[in-house]
Design a protein around this ligand. Structure first.
Ligand code: HEC
Length: 158
């Protein structure tokens, strides 16, 4: 377990580093040599800032890490594994909604858990960042969700 945690953390750190280095640099002074492939790659995933913001939320004591664990694998039958979660990977907007408003009213579940997940964050910015973080951490390579895609999600009053 310890070794697995360590590997997960090492992978997360490595990925974080790769994100930062892949987003840095790249002077675009010379118009004729603009590399559109590289630009597309960066645009296809969350920004390094978004990943850092998502990681900070995930690791805040009492937040995601407390139930879904440092390796994202949760606790069997109690807190779902986020690694390869079909709900997370296929219903990104619902995943953002769930982080904002809790799981009680969010459908599309294949497994029933003993308790619902309560609302976690209060802004679409934070919810999008943390979902993009989990989509791209712990071995998940699930792409990203944008603020524009969740603009119609209404945040329940607290
Ligand atoms: C107090 C424990 C707890 C915390 C904290 C928590 N969750 Fe959850 N999470 C759950 C439970 C329980 C479920 C299953 C709820 C259900 O299906 O009704 C769940 C489900 C999920 C799912 C759906 C997974 C699936 O396969 O159904 C995602 C995605 C998720 N949580 C992400 C997060 C993120 C991101 C955070 C932090 C912002 C977070 N959770 C914080 C307990 C927690």
């Amino acid at each position: 377990m310890k070794t697995r945690n360590f590997i997960a953390i090492a992978m997360a750190s490595f990925f974080g580093l790769a994100m930062i280095t892949s987003c840095g640099g790249g002077k675009s002074g010379d118009q004729s040599t603009t590399d559109t492939t590289a630009v597309k790659e960066v645009a296809a995933g969350p920004t390094a800032e978004q990943m850092a913001m998502g990681k900070a939320i995930y690791e805040t004591p009492g937040k995601c890490i407390t139930c879904h664990m440092a390796n994202g694998q949760g606790v069997a039958s109690v807190f779902p594994n986020l690694v390869g979660s079909q709900f997370l990977l296929n219903s990104k907007v619902l995943a953002v909604t769930q982080v904002l408003n809790g799981s009680a009213k969010v459908g599309n579940k294949t497994i029933k858990y003993p308790a619902p997940m309560l609302p976690q964050v209060g802004s679409a910015d934070s919810a999008v960042a943390v979902i993009n973080y989990v989509l791209n951490s712990f071995g998940n390579k699930g792409g990203m969700v944008t603020l524009d895609e969740v603009k119609d999600v209404v945040i329940d009053p607290r």
